[in-house]
Design a binder for this molecule. Structure first.
Ligand code: PHE
Length: 507
């Protein structure tokens, strides 16, 4: 830059001055305190300064040792080898293994660990005597470096590893291998004044202030002629702005809706609280079907029973279960119970909503879908939730076939971004034939997505449906996890604000 006058803002000068006061180098965190700039402003200004070659940015890695749980316990008491050693000393300086296991209050696992360390620290002599191992201790060894370090760590909370002499660093390694401590890496960012920066600040050059806001005062007074206006730097780091937006899960549901709507489907919805009738019976699932049991289905206490549809409809379903009625089936051959059908439950699948709809609209053509909540009594873990979404739909028309079903889903998955789709034979009580669909995802391989098939006559005939019904239904969350790059299903609904803010709504 030579002697040419450098244009600096007041905050840039503040940083340069702070740096020169502390020997030309300062940690960002200290600078923040010293200059009273917020972090973002400081980072942005540092970027300007380093572009002008007045400062350099430096990153140093520091390693800190910290105690782990077991380390704390040992630091509070003593290492197991020390405890065992004390037992030997108490027993007169020598003891057999069986004596020791009786006398020590170490657990079996700790006893083995203690023996191993006593041997490698050479605290005792191991001798064979009458088929027994005897441990002999001459004198109590002084506290080892490992024991000292544990105490220091307990008192100080952490030790910076690079500050330690090499023999202590070796012990830190071995404590880490013993799982008593862990090493935390920290990156420390600092700014260093360059020669150029030093010169500038020492010469006290007439740093002239740049103005970033042209105010009406500046214009009226004519002072705008004297000032230097700061140029825009569109790449300068700024505070991230998070406008209001749709939750990522809802955004994906909307995308799925859009796909089905574009394929000519209409969205349907149904109640969360269902009767067993619509959830199971109408779908020809026998009343002793294992899926109805408590471990899968949430049964309601209040209200305990639901209203069933008109008698005729119920009768057709019940006859179909008992002897097949006019469906051409022999039925399940048991006595159907109205009371079981009237039980109230949280729907376990959205197929309940589909069949409800079909019973009310038996005439083709029909193309409807739903993306809606279902409930199952599942233990929660990274793969399972007790309430989740299903993507469901049917196509009802004169001449539709299994090919149309596979075609529809292939198209749906393709529009969602999955190119490779496969179908496998499967089983559901209400479809024949039944299929399972899988899509191929680069990192994971083949992933099961939804079940499907053609509704059996036992399902369609009681409701007066005389043409084929192509039906499918399956998990939404797995798709969402793939889309949002999550490994734990619970993260979808944790509503971690940071995650919601960072996740783009347009994928
Ligand atoms: N209801 C089935 C499930 O929850 C999916 C399915 C829907 C299968 C429609 C066939 C037809 O897994």
């Amino acid at each position: 830059m030579g002697n040419e006058q450098m244009k600096l803002r007041e905050i840039e000068i503040r940083i340069l001055k702070a740096l020169s006061k502390s020997k030309g180098e300062m940690k960002i965190s200290d600078l923040e305190r010293e200059t009273e700039l917020d972090h973002i402003a400081l980072i942005r200004t540092s970027a300007w300064l380093s572009e002008k070659a007045l400062v350099k940015q430096k990153e140093t890695q520091r390693a800190y040792a910290e105690l782990l749980k077991e380390g704390y316990e040992y630091a509070d008491k003593e290492l197991p080898e020390r405890s065992l050693l004390n037992t030997i000393v108490k027993l007169g300086g020598s003891a057999t293994l069986s004596q020791l296991s009786r006398e020590t209050n170490l657990s079996g696992k700790d006893l083995n660990i203690a023996l191993g360390w006593i041997r490698s620290k050479k605290w005792a002599k191991f001798k064979k005597q009458d088929g027994e191992t005897l441990l002999q201790v001459k004198e109590t060894p002084p506290l080892g470096i490992d024991e000292e370090l544990l105490t220091v760590l307990r008192d100080k909370g952490e030790i910076e590893v690079s500050q330690l002499p090499s023999e202590k660093r070796k012990i830190i390694d071995s404590l880490q291998k013993r799982n008593l401590i862990r090493i935390r890496q920290e990156t420390i960012r600092s700014l260093i004044l360059t020669e150029e920066g030093t010169r500038l600040i020492q010469s006290g050059v007439g740093v002239s202030e740049e103005v970033s806001n042209l105010t009406s005062d500046l214009i009226k007074s004519g002072n705008w002629r004297e000032i230097v206006l700061r140029k825009y730097d569109v790449e300068a780091p700024v505070k991230a702005a998070y406008p209001g937006k749709i939750h990522p899960v809802i955004a994906l549901i909307n995308e799925i809706r859009e796909i089905f709507l574009n394929l000519g489907f209409t969205e349907i919805r149904g109640p969360f609280v269902e009767s067993a009738f619509w959830n199971f019976d109408a779908l020809f699932q026998p009343q002793d079907h294992p899926a109805r049991e408590m471990h899968d289905t949430f049964y309601l206490k209040f209200p305990k029973t639901a209203k069933l549809p008109n008698k005729k409809m119920v009768q057709k379903v019940s006859r179909t279960h008992e002897d097949g009625w006019e469906t051409g089936s022999t039925g399940w051959g048991y006595k159907w119970s109205t009371n079981i059908a009237r039980q109230t439950i949280l729907r376990t699948h959205t197929t309940a909503t589909t069949i409800r709809y079909l019973a009310a609209h038996p005439d083709p053509p029909i193309k409807v879908f739903s993306v809606d909540r279902v409930y199952r009594n599942e233990k929660l873990d990274y793969k399972h939730l007790a309430e989740f979404f299903q993507i469901e739909g049917i196509v009802v028309d004169e001449n539709v076939t299994l090919r149309d079903l596979m075609g529809t889903l292939t198209e749906f998955y393709k529009r969602l971004g999955f190119e490779k789709v496969q179908f496998w034979p499967s089983y559901f009580p209400y479809t024949e034939p039944s299929l399972q669909s899988t899509v191929y995802v680069e990192e994971f391989g083949w992933i099961e997505l939804c079940g499907m098939g053609i509704f059996r006559p036992e399902v369609t005939i009681p409701f007066g449906v005389k043409v084929p019904v192509l039906a499918w239904g399956g998990g939404f969350e797995r798709l969402a996890m793939l889309r949002l790059d999550l490994e734990d299903i619970r993260d979808l609904y944790k509503n971690d604000l940071g995650w919601i803010k960072r996740t783009p709504t347009v994928f």
